[in-house]
Ligand binder design. Structure first.
Ligand code: NAP
Ligand code: MG
Length: 405
């Protein structure tokens, strides 16, 4: 085949990972990328053994590289727990790489499903993807909490920089013991969140919805609403109008009702806890985790693309024993195409963008022709389905891709 390899001007930051997704990662590169692109990659091995060897420095270095070059693609990685410390004989229980990268990039995570014919969402009116943006900072995830005995009096005490104190009564536990929680957020993080959301809406030409419980939480949640509105008015209203998209604020309860009745095709920005819960709801309703993509967008415009799922450990243990697997590589593949397209956009590299489009289309055509992995086969409504193995699926995509080049 006379295909001239596509050149890349600026490096793409590659963050390798663990287990089954590491296996898939290599297959994608070998079969679907290297034959077509003269890959210009800055490689960081975030596989757990190498994180342990470098005392997790490699994670920090990879995030700084993402900041420097503007685009990264990340494989799923193990977040160690006690069992993993034993399994990998780790020096320490290293922190979640995603948490480390997010803290350095100060980014917001956008999760979106890949929608294909024959995989019908549980909510049949959903025709287009719903992208959830979760503010992954503060609130209940950084709280202080306590179990409080009967008779206790709880107050919020704030000591200002000049030493003066303000007290806010919370509750008098006269009728027995109870529980208590204090939480916070900071304007700067909410502002970054807002800018990431507005930028991503412009980037993807989708409406942006934002919801909180501001009618009940008249200071805390209301602050989120105000910050979004101020930044929108000052920095984005004109750009949104020019792009023909809308910013829409509503109460979280109303948002839930509207989302369920909608056709999809918008971004839903959520506070930390709402985003945690709603992203799992939306992901489940759209179908398989293997079809859910995720992109971390920094307020200064750096992007890190990945699959929303983990390292698919159960499949990896089968793979290690030499047993056949049928792991869905679509979300990981779309992390690559997302990153390559973005790299192409930033560099003005049209062939690279075009290749990313064609690879995505070949993937969707493959599934819509009935060729799919087990997770999709079990839920597809297509009349004829051929369930294939992990590598067979990628080879089928390659055939479709070659036909389109
Ligand atoms: P997981 O890797 O997402 O897998 C959970 C289950 O979901 C799998 O066992 C499989 O179900 C199904 N699944 C997920 N992705 C699939 C795919 N691509 N194709 C087919 N089926 C898929 O979550 P986990 O087992 O809870 O976590 C495993 C490891 O991943 C953990 O060490 C965790 O720390 C890490 N993790 C990393 C990230 C990240 O890097 N962003 C995110 C989450 C978890 P069946 O077994 O029923 O087929
Ligand atoms: Mg969750």
């Amino acid at each position: 085949m006379a295909f001239e390899k596509i050149q890349m001007k600026t490096p793409l930051v590659e963050m390798d990972g663990d287990e089954m997704t590491r296996v898939i990662w290599k297959m994608i590169k070998d079969l679907l990328l290297e034959p077509y692109i003269d890959l210009n990659l800055e490689y960081y091995d975030l596989g757990l053994p190498h994180r342990d060897e470098t005392n997790d420095q490699v994670t920090v270095d990879s995030a700084n590289a993402a900041k420097k070059y503007g685009v990264a693609v990340k494989c799923a990685t193990i977040t160690p727990n006690a069992a993993r410390v034993k399994e990998y004989n780790l020096k320490e229980m290293w922190k979640s790489p995603n948490g480390t990268i997010r803290a350095i990039l100060d980014g917001t995570v956008f999760r979106a499903p890949i929608v294909v014919k024959g995989i019908t969402p549980y909510i049949p009116s959903w025709k287009k993807p719903i992208t959830i943006a979760r503010h992954a900072y503060g609130d209940v995830y950084k709280n202080a909490e306590a179990i409080v005995p009967a008779g206790a009096k709880a107050e919020l005490l704030v000591t200002l920089a000049d030493g003066t104190q303000q007290k806010y009564p919370v509750h008098q536990f006269d009728n027995g013991p109870g529980v208590l929680q204090g939480q916070y957020n900071v304007d700067q993080s909410i502002e970054s969140f807002a800018r990431s959301c507005f930028n991503f809406a412009l980037d993807t030409k989708q409406d942006l919805w934002f919801s909180t419980k501001d009618t009940i939480s008249k200071q805390y949640d209301h602050r989120f609403k105000d910050i979004f509105q101020e930044i929108y008015n000052q920095e984005y209203a004109e750009k949104f109008a020019a792009a023909g998209i809308e910013y829409f604020y509503t109460l979280i309860d109303d948002a839930v009702a509207r989302v369920v009745r909608s056709e999809g095709g918008f971004i839903w920005a959520c506070k930390n806890y709402d985003g945690d819960v709603m992203s799992d709801m939306v992901a489940t309703a759209f179908g398989s985790l293997g079809m859910m993509t995720s992109v971390l967008v920094a307020p200064d415009g750096a992007y890190e693309y990945e699959a929303a799922h983990g390292t698919v450990t159960r499949h990896y243990y089968k793979h290690q024993k030499g047993e056949p697997t049928s792991t869905n590589s679509v979300a990981t593949l779309f992390a690559w195409t997302g990153a390559l397209r973005k790299r192409g956009q930033l560099d003005g590299n049209a062939p690279l963008q075009d290749f990313a489009d064609k690879l995505e289309q070949a993937t969707i055509r493959t599934i819509e022709s009935g060729v799919m992995t087990g997770d999709l086969a079990s839920m597809s409504t297509l009349p004829e389905i051929r369930k294939v193995g992990t590598q067979e699926f990628l080879l089928a995509i390659k055939e479709n891709l070659d036909a389109s080049l």
